[in-house]
Ligand binder design. Structure first.
Ligand code: ASP
Ligand code: MG
Length: 260
C-alpha cells in the first residue's frame, strides 16, 4: 500500500570503526588520540559541507561537535585509568554509527522532511557480551514495534551494529553487525525485502581475489547463504540470515556502485 516506505540502517563511514578501535586502545596505552578525533571531525564535516546547503549546516556541525566532545571525554577517561574494558570499547566504537546516521538523516531532511535519526541502542536489547552481544529477541521486538508505531510516517535512519544491555550500557553485535541490525528491523516490521547495499553484485561462489572464475549466485537458500558466510564470504554478517529466515523475508544484495 501507499503507506509503505523504507527504513534505512547505516553503518559507520568507511574505516571509522577500525579507527575508533585503535583510538580506544591507544588511549589505554597513554598514546595520543586528539589528532584522530580531529580527523574524524574533518571526515564528517567534509560530507556536511558537500551535501548540506550552507544555511542548514550550523546546527549539524554543532551536534556533531557535541558528539565528538563526548567521545573525547570518554577517551580521556580511558587514558586516565590506563584501562580499556570491553564495555568502554563498545561505547567508543558506537560513535561511528551515531555520527553517520545523524549526518545522513540531516542530509536527507533537506529533501524528505520526515527523515528521523534513530539511535538503535535504545531499541536493540542484548545481553552483556560486549563486542559480540546476543539479542534479547522478545524485548527488542516489543521496542522496535512500538518505535515503528510512534514514527509510522517517518523515514528512519537507524544506527546499525549497536544495542544495549539491561542496564542501558551500549553493546555491539559483532563486526559487520549492521547487516544484522537491518535484518532484525526487517523481521520485526515484516519488510517485503531486506536489502544489503554493498560493493559486490551478490554472494560469490568463491573469493574472487583467489578464484578467477568465481561467479555470483542469483538465488540462494538461507542455509546456503549462512554456510557461505560462515565459510568466509564477507558479503553478509552470518547472523543476518536468522531473523530473515524466521519470517521468510528475502535478502537482496545490491551493489552500491552498480545499482540496477
Ligand atoms: N561499523 C561496524 C563494523 O565496521 C558495523 C558494520 O560495518 O556493519 O564492523
Ligand atoms: Mg558491512
Amino acid at each position: 500500500d501507499s503507506q509503505e516506505h523504507p527504513l534505512v540502517v547505516l553503518s559507520a563511514m568507511s574505516g571509522v570503526t577500525n579507527l575508533l578501535t585503535k583510538m580506544a586502545e591507544n588511549a589505554a596505552e597513554r598514546l595520543p588520540f586528539e589528532e584522530d578525533v580531529k580527523f574524524l571531525e574533518e571526515k564528517h564535516f567534509a560530507v556536511v559541507k558537500e551535501l548540506i546547503a550552507v544555511k542548514y549546516q550550523n546546527p549539524v556541525f554543532t551536534k556533531l561537535k557535541l558528539m565528538l566532545n563526548d567521545l573525547e571525554e570518554i577517551l580521556h577517561g580511558v587514558f586516565a585509568l590506563k584501562e580499556l574494558s570491553a564495555q568502554s570499547k563498545d561505547l567508543i566504537v558506537s560513535f561511528g554509527e551515531r555520527f553517520s546516521n545523524y549526518m545522513v538523516s540531516k542530509i536527507m531532511e533537506q529533501y524528505i522532511p520526515d527523515a528521523l535519526y534513530i539511535d538503535a541502542s535504545h531499541y536493540v536489547k542484548t545481553d552483556s557480551n560486549f563486542g559480540n552481544a546476543h539479542l534479547n529477541e522478545e524485548l527488542t521486538n516489543q521496542l522496535v514495534q512500538s518505535l515503528a508505531i510512534t514514527h509510522a510516517d517517518k523515514l528512519m535512519f537507524v544506527t546499525g551494529f549497536i544495542g544495549s544491555n539491561d542496564k542501558g550500557r551500549v553493546t555491539t553485535l559483532g563486526r559487520g553487525g549492521s547487516d544484522y541490525t537491518a535484518a532484525i528491523f526487517g523481521a520485526v516490521l515484516n519488510a517485503k525485502v531486506i536489502e544489503i547495499w554493498t560493493d559486490v553484485d551478490g554472494m560469490l561462489t568463491a573469493d574472487p581475489r583467489i578464484v578467477k572464475k568465481a561467479f555470483s549466485l542469483p538465488v540462494l537458500s538461507y542455509t546456503e547463504a549462512m554456510e557461505l558466510s560462515y565459510f568466509g564470504a564477507k558479503v553478509i554478517y552470518p547472523p543476518t540470515m536468522i531473523p530473515a529466515f524466521m519470517k521468510r523475508i528475502p535478502i537482496a544484495i545490491r551493489n552500491t556502485f552498480n545499482p540496477e
